[in-house]
Design a protein around this ligand. Structure first.
Ligand SMILES: *[C@@H]1O[C@H](CO)[C@@H](O)[C@H](O)[C@H]1NC(C)=O
Ligand SMILES: *[C@@H]1O[C@H](CO)[C@@H](O)[C@H](O)[C@H]1NC(C)=O
Ligand SMILES: *[C@@H]1O[C@H](CO)[C@@H](O)[C@H](O)[C@H]1NC(C)=O
Ligand SMILES: *[C@@H]1O[C@H](CO)[C@@H](O)[C@H](O)[C@H]1NC(C)=O
Ligand SMILES: *[C@@H]1O[C@H](CO)[C@@H](O)[C@H](O)[C@H]1NC(C)=O
Length: 435
């Protein structure tokens, strides 16, 4: 068992990746150049040495064979195509495109991480890695290759079904500077992926594209296996929650763009997803939400938690304008229904402050918490059934962080006095949700 100790500060500071980034300063927030991610000189850029992502199963058999060997398995092969399913329709194609887009980010991340470790970059040397460095490096290489195959699978489907459109890679920066931070970030974005793939499966189901659900499930479980490794490395229980936190495609899309993509590095790709030609409704890029109040380990109730909303234009594509009236703070955690609180709103046109309760203890927050600002009504908040409803009403966000975990307490020797589920049920300090 690894003994990496996780302080609450590290937990929040490292995995709250939207918050960890430099936010746009107000003087430039109206500029089309503004983005949350600094370009930097060392941004990650494709292609990889093997040509990825510019490789196709048909033309590059030798390259694919090498990736498959490293991935410990094959790219998904279709069954007998005489019984082809019907061609996917609009929103399903967009879902496939998002998966390809997100997997590009993951391949970039793991490639850079492996390079950092291999080259003993500061923060990534032998002393910075707990356990068997060679074995950990070998495992990361397996994951990297598996992500390449996920990407090729989704990108191939997207290009075929969208009539030849291509998800061009972006340039990427990751807000981490040592190995543990990188693994913590990997755990958090993997949690977001694990929460978002069911949203894509739901789109397939609603669209009559049931034939696509199985393939997404095959990579969904795979991402969970990866996550278990990252969590165990961090000294956490490999399986962090009984039911993972739900997300939605536009929430994940906004998180990736706000957190990792260098401004103006892939305008055509962001345009493709926001205004797709093959379906009516594109994805939405939301304005940025960051916490002002220290939320600690996320397990306490805070009556007046403050969040900052900053209007940001990403890659010259306009995102939401600031809105003041009838806004709510909405939380998603585990597979529980969304919870909203009416937000007090202050601030001018360049920046807003939203104040609302944070119900960490009373609701037993654990694992990934997704916080957004949503539109409400004069006397309440939206009635949201799930993360898709939340995304449809979101103006700012997502702010992502990992609340301290019940199971982590079991692993921690000195756990007995910590929050338990039954305590939270009988808590008298519960803020009252408005929905
Ligand atoms: C992929 O190939 C296309 C066409 O040759 C080229 O325009 C594009 O820049 C290449 N992309 C990468 C990442 O190498
Ligand atoms: C595919 O299905 C058709 C129709 O049932 C059958 O004739 C053919 O032999 C099958 N091909 C393979 C490779 O199984
Ligand atoms: C099924 O799809 C494949 C790949 O697009 C295509 O080559 C094949 O002709 C299709 N088969 C039928 C029966 O439509
Ligand atoms: C790799 O190391 C560089 C320089 O130390 C750092 O900026 C970058 O964020 C690291 N990337 C990952 C994925 O760990
Ligand atoms: C484990 O216990 C120590 C000592 O009480 C505490 O500082 C630390 O935050 C705990 N870690 C977790 C993950 O609960």
């Amino acid at each position: 068992m690894h003994t990496t100790s996780i302080t609450a500060a590290a937990l929040l500071g490292l995995s709250a990746f939207a918050a960890a980034l430099p936010t746009t300063d107000t003087s430039s927030s109206q500029s089309s150049e503004a983005s949350t991610v600094d370009a930097g000189s060392d941004a990650f850029e494709f292609p990889l040495a093997n040509g990825f992502p510019n490789i196709t199963a048909a033309k590059d058999k030798d390259i694919i064979a090498l990736i498959q060997a490293q991935a410990l398995g094959t790219l998904a092969q279709p069954g007998n195509t005489t019984a082809n399913a019907t061609k996917p329709t609009g929103a399903s194609i967009l879902g496939q495109g998002f998966v390809a887009f997100n997997e590009l980010m993951e391949v970039a991340f793991f490639t850079e991480l492996i390079s950092n470790v291999t080259n003993n970059a500061p923060g990534y040397g032998p002393d910075d890695i707990t356990g068997d460095r060679d074995q950990i490096l070998a495992i990361l290489k397996v994951h990297e290759a598996q992500e390449e195959l996920h990407q090729l699978n989704a990108a191939g489907a997207f290009t075929k079904n969208s009539g030849g459109q291509v998800v061009e890679p972006c340039k990427y920066n990751f807000p981490v500077s040592n190995f543990a931070e990188s693994i913590r970030l990997a755990a958090t974005f993997t949690d977001v992926v694990i929460g978002t793939l069911p949203a894509i499966q739901t789109i397939f189901g609603k669209n009559g594209d049931a034939g696509l659900i199985r393939g997404v499930g095959a990579s969904l479980g795979q991402e969970g296996e990866q996550d278990g490794f990252y969590r165990q490395y961090l000294g956490l229980a490999p399986a962090g929650l009984p039911f993972n936190t739900q997300s939605a495609v536009s929430l994940a899309f906004s998180a990736v763009v706000q957190s990792f993509i260098v401004a103006d590095s892939c305008p055509q790709t962001l345009e493709l997803f926001q205004n797709p030609s093959f379906t009516l409704e594109g994805l939405t890029l939301f304005d940025v939400l960051t916490p002002i109040t220290d939320l600690g380990n996320g397990k306490e109730d805070i009556q007046d938690a403050e969040f900052a909303g900053t209007p940001v234009q990403v890659n010259a594509v306009a995102v939401n304008s600031l809105v003041a009236e009838n806004l709510c703070i909405t939380y998603l955690n585990q597979n529980n229904g969304p919870i909203s609180f009416k937000a007090a709103v202050t601030g001018g046109s360049d920046k807003k402050t939203f104040t609302a309760p944070f119900p960490g203890r009373s609701l037993g927050f654990s694992g990934l918490v997704i916080t957004t600002v949503t539109t409400g009504t004069v006397d309440g908040c939206g009635a949201f059934l799930n993360a898709d409803d939340v995304a449809a009403a979101t103006k700012f966000g997502p702010f992502l962080f990992e609340a301290d975990n019940f199971i982590d307490d079991l692993i921690n020797d000195s756990s007995s006095s910590s929050t338990t589920i039954s305590e939270t049920e009988t808590s008298t300090a519960a803020p009252t949700a408005t929905n």
